[in-house]
Design a protein around this ligand. Structure first.
Ligand SMILES: Cc1ncc(C[n+]2csc(CCOP(=O)(O)OP(=O)(O)O)c2C)c(N)n1
Ligand SMILES: [Mg+2]
Length: 714
């Protein structure tokens, strides 16, 4: 490789390449290919276009840089190290080691300058959409004529993997619709992923796809030609009211004489011989981790960064003189991230009202009332729903829908649970906003990895999961959450609260908002049912338990982060008022108890539900008795097909119908459309489930009968 006109910048890019090569070599694991392929684009972006100050990674008006293809982490660490962030060379030498500030994939809160944790491909892109949305909303809220204090871009690197992931569609479709013009995605179009040449499994016309979303697409940029990259980035900075996708043709592992362009270089060290050959090819005579002084000087962004931030600081001071109240609000929300001054009093008064009203309402309605009361107190709240606003009840009279080029505080995320959740992570990571969003509990699975990422990043996102009931009769088993709460609780650092009445719901909201103080706070989920509360004595249940731990809705609240505080708050409330308004869940529990006296089946069901994880016994039934009885996964009680029910197929539909039929219990009076001929209630199944309520031998007899009745004719 000859020294060419691009010598200087090529050398600077080679510094990134060599750092990645050497760190991966030292760690004996990692991904050198993408950093080597993207180094030229990164050099131009970071040296000429990115607005940042390495000395202050939290400067509010910095550009956000997200590496959605997180496996290229060494590229990011090289950039942070060379531009002057607090990431010394020693940390790079400990790349991928325990407690290193250069972990295998970028992690927010570990490495200064890393904006979000990436690694699950595609989610960084959705985070970036959230960040760009936050920028746009805050700009509309705070900027005034002649005073632009929020004006930054979100740059996101994506690889083939990110664009293959479905979440890229969810997030980018919404970004296009909302016209997030400060969002620039830079596509590392190298035609390679782990299995080889992507053409065999990824034949999309990506530029056309993004154009269809309403993005501006800059096609065919040579990702190794500095002037082409610069021109494209320049163009990307021009505001056209749409997000921009920059398609950069690159060669994975660029610079490696024998491995460039192939998938071997994606995720394995080059090996000593190839490292030596690459050093030679790149004209990089220096030993591992040795960066010459002139290269360091050329990379150092501290001076220009400090200057930029100082300019912004001056502009902000002018702004503060002209709009003192707005500036104070900006400082509170964005810089200090504290609650508004009137919070304590305001929320306490609102809570007192809820207690006085003693309303018997569905918990999601109680949640909506809480939102309505708290929204005016906490202007940073930004709500939304994945196209279930009217069901999740996540809006309030003061909610304003977010629309293209308009401010709002309620996002219609569309039917995009995963995109919504990952974008909410981006909103909160940006700062200045406290997102909450809803969907049905049963669809939390769609959001799941983003929920996990909230927990991993300790982001206090509030997820409102409603319709927390297996008694969603008319929608059928696809809409009945069974294992969801338990599985959400399996996510480390994730708090799951199941408030059972209006007071608990309000206190849960209150506590959720109070825990919004910073990245050390875990995310919260509120699970709200949709039943009605009826006057029932709840005090006994409550005094034993924390929020959401009342009656039939067992949570083990005390073991969940923050639940103790909520519990204490409820305890304080309860002692003076004695009995509080009653909960739907507890009411159902109590009702079940009454009915259970009449029928042994329900007595058993009730006993199961009273256990801590009441669906665990049901699972046991499924994998044990029900499986032995040859139940099909759809719960229709057909004869054994040889296949045992899979782990995700719990025949609750069967339970529900059997319960209804057996005891005439109508959990959704007037809505039992599925209880017709198509309802799937099989006589054999009914016998089986009746038998379940009795004893093991009866079960076996019933199972035998069911098998015999349905055995195919010989
Ligand atoms: C959701 C998710 N699935 C799978 C992986 C594992 N993985 C890491 S990189 C990669 C290939 C990505 O291909 P591309 O983005 O083209 O990266 P390149 O090979 O070009 O560096 C895969 C499958 C992951 N990190 N995240
Ligand atoms: Mg690729």
């Amino acid at each position: 490789m000859k020294r060419d006109a691009n010598f200087t910048s090529r050398t600077l890019a080679n510094a990134l390449r060599m750092l990645a090569i050497d760190a991966v070599e030292q760690a004996r694991s990692g991904h050198p290919g993408a950093p080597m392929g993207m180094a030229d684009v990164a050099e131009v972006l970071w040296r000429l276009h990115l607005k940042h100050n390495p000395a202050d990674p939290h400067w509010p008006d910095r550009d956000r840089f997200v590496l959605s293809n997180g496996h290229a982490s060494m590229l990011h660490y090289g950039l942070l190290h060379l531009t002057g962030y607090d990431l010394p060379l020693d940390e790079l030498k400990r790349f991928r080691q325990l407690h290193s500030r250069a972990p295998g994939h970028p992690e927010v809160g570990i490495t200064p300058g890393v904006e979000t944790t990436t690694g699950p491909l595609g989610q960084g892109l959705a985070n970036a959409v959230g960040m760009a949305l936050a920028e746009q909303l805050l700009a509309r809220e705070f900027n005034r004529d002649g005073h632009t204090i929020i004006d930054h871009r979100t740059w996101v690197y994506v690889g083939d993997g990110c664009l293959m992931e479905g979440i890229s569609h969810e997030a980018c479709s919404l970004a296009g619709t909302l016209g997030l013009s400060k969002l620039v995605a830079i596509y590392d179009d190298n035609g390679i992923s782990i299995d080889g040449e992507v053409a065999h499994w990824f034949g999309d016309d990506t530029p056309a796809r993004f154009e269809a979303y309403g993005w501006r697409v800059i096609r065919g940029v040579d990702g190794h030609d500095r002037s082409a990259i610069d021109a494209a980035l320049q163009m990307a900075r021009e505001d056209v009211g749409r997000p921009t996708l920059l398609c950069c043709k690159t060669v994975i592992g660029w610079g490696s004489p024998h491995k460039a362009g192939g998938h071997d270089v994606h995720g394995a060290p080059l090996g000593a011989d190839e490292v030596a050959a690459t050093r030679q090819a790149l004209h990089w005579p220096w030993p591992a981790f040795d960066i010459p002084d002139d290269v360091r000087v050329a990379w150092d962004a501290r001076e220009v960064g400090a200057l930029r931030q100082a300019n912004w600081q001056r502009a902000f001071q002018d702004y503060a003189r002209a709009f003192p109240e707005l500036a104070a609000e900006f400082e509170r929300r964005v810089l200090r991230r504290t609650l508004p001054p009137g919070w304590q009093q305001g929320s306490a008064a609102a809570l007192q009202k809820v207690i006085d009203q003693a309303a018997s309402i569905a918990s999601r309605k109680a949640s909506q009332n809480a939102i309505a009361a708290l929204l005016p107190l906490v202007p940073e709240l930004i709500g939304g729903s994945a196209d279930l606003t009217g069901s999740n009840l996540t809006d309030a009279p003061t909610s304003v829908p977010v629309r293209r080029a308009l401010w709002g505080n309620h996002v219609n995320w569309g039917v995009r649970e995963f995109g919504m959740s990952a974008a909410m992570n981006g909103l909160i990571l940006h700062g200045g906003l406290q997102p909450y969003g809803g969907t049905f509990l049963v669809f939390s699975d769609y959001s799941r990895n983003a929920v996990r990422m909230s927990a991993l990043m300790k982001l206090p996102v509030i997820y409102v999961f409603t319709h927390d009931s297996i008694a969603l009769g008319e929608d059928g088993p696809t809409h009945q959450p069974v294992e969801h709460v338990a599985s959400l609780r399996l996510i480390p650092g994730n708090s799951v609260w199941r408030p059972c009445d209006a007071v608990e719901t309000f206190v849960a909201w209150q506590a959720a908002i109070e825990r919004r103080g910073g990245p050390s706070d875990p995310p919260r989920r509120l699970c709200a049912g949709r039943g009605r509360a009826t006057p029932t004595d709840l005090a006994g249940h409550r005094l034993r338990s924390g929020v959401g731990d009342a009656g039939a809705h067992r949570t083990g609240g005390g073991r969940h982060p923050g639940a103790g505080r909520v519990h204490a708050q409820l305890q304080r409330l309860r002692s003076p008022v004695g009995r509080l308004p009653r909960g739907r869940a507890a009411a159902r529990c109590a009702g079940a108890r009454d009915r259970s006296r009449r029928h042994p089946f329900l007595a058993r069901l009730h006993r199961l539900r009273r256990r801590r994880h009441w669906h665990r016994p049901l699972r046991r039934l499924r994998t044990g008795s029900a499986a032995r009885a040859g139940l099909r996964p759809d719960g229709r009680g057909r004869a054994a097909t040889g296949a045992r029910p899979g782990p995700t197929a719990i025949p609750l539909k069967g339970v529900r119908h059997a319960v209804r039929a057996a005891v005439g219990c109508r959990w959704n009076p007037g809505r039992n459309r599925t209880l017709g001929p198509s309802g799937g209630l099989q006589p054999g199944l009914l016998r089986l489930w009746r038998a379940l309520a009795l004893d093991g031998s009866a079960l076996r007899r019933a199972a035998r009968r069911a098998r015999r009745a349905r055995a195919p004719a010989a």
